[in-house]
Ligand binder design. Structure first.
Ligand code: NDP
Ligand code: 2IT
Length: 445
């Protein structure tokens, strides 16, 4: 259709050298074509060109001092993508690859994901090319304080509420929160993923991984199957991966891989609770490398490789964008993989998605499958506003219900727009319609 391709062309021209952003925009725009064709209001309102343009893009200098007293400089960002249905909401990423393209793709995805959660949250994303790996706690603290010195004027509990993403966990959220509090002289819920005794929510650390497994269970139910007994491969070994593994163990699946940016381990016997506890200590406390797991437990280690060559029933990418290539997808399918649930954002390259859809496997795209993380951030915001914490049973039950509802709404949209079982079309249209309608209601936004 002309309008979709014309809009993609405008995005390509306006955002030269931003391949990840263009990839995310292309995937969404091409898949929502049935909704654009059916509803004249979206065409008349020029909604496509409006929705691909960030409301605000903030870039700033982040000077900090390393342990030797040397001045270092990083680049900080906050992309405030869309506030049609609520305050901007989305994580902060600290990784050497962070740039406008990566954060714009993440912010764009976040808009539709947050819409799917059923909670009132707009979309945003931020971060820096600062790499916390190999830095001391004090260096990380000084960086976070300097980052917040600028960010604080752009965020607020009803304006923009950041959270964690790659390289940002409990430690970083603590340093960021402490600095905000000093600057604003206010104790408010301006970040989620906070510590439990200072405004955080139970189950927020678990939520992304648990949610990706809950979503996988809903997909399996459509084929009268269950997770129990399934052999699963997981990539990554950070927050999303750890709690994906934890939930998979709880529901009786066997997880045989985890990875980091250096390589992956293959544990044929499966990662059990004790090994997972050891892995969490390795990654969250000692901040070591995944190779040490192989040394500790006698598993195989594959340097510089990703886990998609290992035979599995279900794959859970939990590391980063574009970590499943077209070739990897071919291998997964040839080895009998019938489910992919994306805890990471945009982990599958377009060539991989095409094959998953062509083979009609259960493919849960990130903006649906990993929405449990931000949904539970939304629940943390509720608890902060009410100044009333909920039990872990209550938060987990709400998270589970939200993942079931997302699955139901995605399937309903896919069917309504003529593509039953296509979770890409379902998620993108269901997420889009709510945001687009809100933008139309609000006039010149
Ligand atoms: P963490 O920083 O906790 O863990 C990231 C993991 O992925 C690490 O094992 C890391 O290895 C690996 N990784 C990162 N970059 C690369 C790379 N370029 N190549 C190979 N491996 C890499 O981050 P999270 O677990 O929070 O995030 C993982 C994914 O989940 C991301 O896509 C994120 O956007 C997504 N996500 C996270 C949510 C959250 O609430 N945290 C919510 C929804 C989605 P190493 O340590 O060697 O870098
Ligand atoms: O990609 C994501 O959804 C996140 N990193 C979590 C965002 C949030 O605000 O909890």
């Amino acid at each position: 259709m002309g309008l979709i391709q014309d809009t993609i062309e405008i995005v390509r021209k306006r955002n030269a050298n931003e391949p990840e952003f263009l990839q995310a925009v292309t995937e969404v725009l091409e898949s929502i074509e049935p909704a654009i064709t059916r509803h004249k209001k979206y065409r008349d309102g020029n909604i496509l060109q409006r929705i691909v343009e960030p409301e605000r893009l903030i870039q700033f200098r982040v000077p900090w001092q390393d342990d030797k007293g040397q001045f270092q400089v990083n680049r900080g960002f906050r992309i405030q993508m869309n506030s049609a249905i609520g305050p901007y909401k989305g994580g902060l990423r600290l990784h050497s690859t962070v740039c406008a393209s990566i954060l714009k793709f993440l912010a764009f995805e976040q808009v539709f994901k947050n819409s799917l959660t059923t909670l009132p949250m707009g979309g945003g994303k931020g971060g820096s090319d600062f790499d916390p790996k190999g830095k001391s706690d004090n260096e990380v603290m000084r960086f976070c304080q300097s980052f917040m010195n600028e960010l604080f004027r752009h965020i607020g509990p009803d304006t923009d509420v950041p959270a964690g993403d790659i390289g940002v966990g409990g430690r970083e959220i603590g340093y960021l929160f402490g600095q905000y509090k000093r600057l604003a002289n206010e104790f408010t819920g301006i970040l989620t993923g906070k510590g439990l005794n200072w405004g955080g929510s139970l189950i927020r650390p678990e939520a992304t991984g648990y949610g990706a497994v809950y979503f996988a269970q809903e997909m399996l139910k459509t084929r009268k199957q269950a997770m129990e007994g399934k052999v699963c491969t997981v990539s990554g070994s950070g927050n999303a991966a750890q709690y994906t593994v934890e939930k998979l163990i709880q529901v009786g699946a066997t997880v045989v891989t985890v990875s980091d940016s250096n390589g992956f381990i293959h544990d044929k016997d499966g990662i059990n609770k004790e090994k997972l506890a050891w892995l969490m200590d390795l990654k969250n406390v000692r901040r070591g490398r995944i190779k040490e797991y192989a040394e500790q437990f006698g598993a195989s280690y594959f340097e510089g490789k990703r886990p998609w060559g290992i035979k599995c029933d279900c794959a859970f990418p939990c590391a980063t964008q574009n970590e499943i290539s077209g070739e990897d997808a071919k291998t997964l399918l040839a080895n009998g993989c019938t489910l992919v649930s994306e805890a990471a954002n945009m982990p599958s390259e377009p060539a991989a998605i095409d094959q998953f859809l062509a083979k009609k496997i259960l493919y849960g795209p990130g903006k649906a499958a990993n929405a449990g993380g931000v949904a539970t951030s939304g629940l943390e915001m509720c608890q902060n506003s009410a100044r009333m914490p909920w039990s872990s049973y209550e938060v987990d039950r709400k998270l589970h219900d939200i993942m079931i509802t997302i699955h139901k709404n995605v399937c309903a949209a896919a069917t309504e727009y003529g593509a039953p079982d296509n979770y890409v079309i379902g998620a993108n249209i269901a997420g889009f319609v709510k945001v687009a309608d809100a933008m139309l209601d609000q006039g010149l936004v």
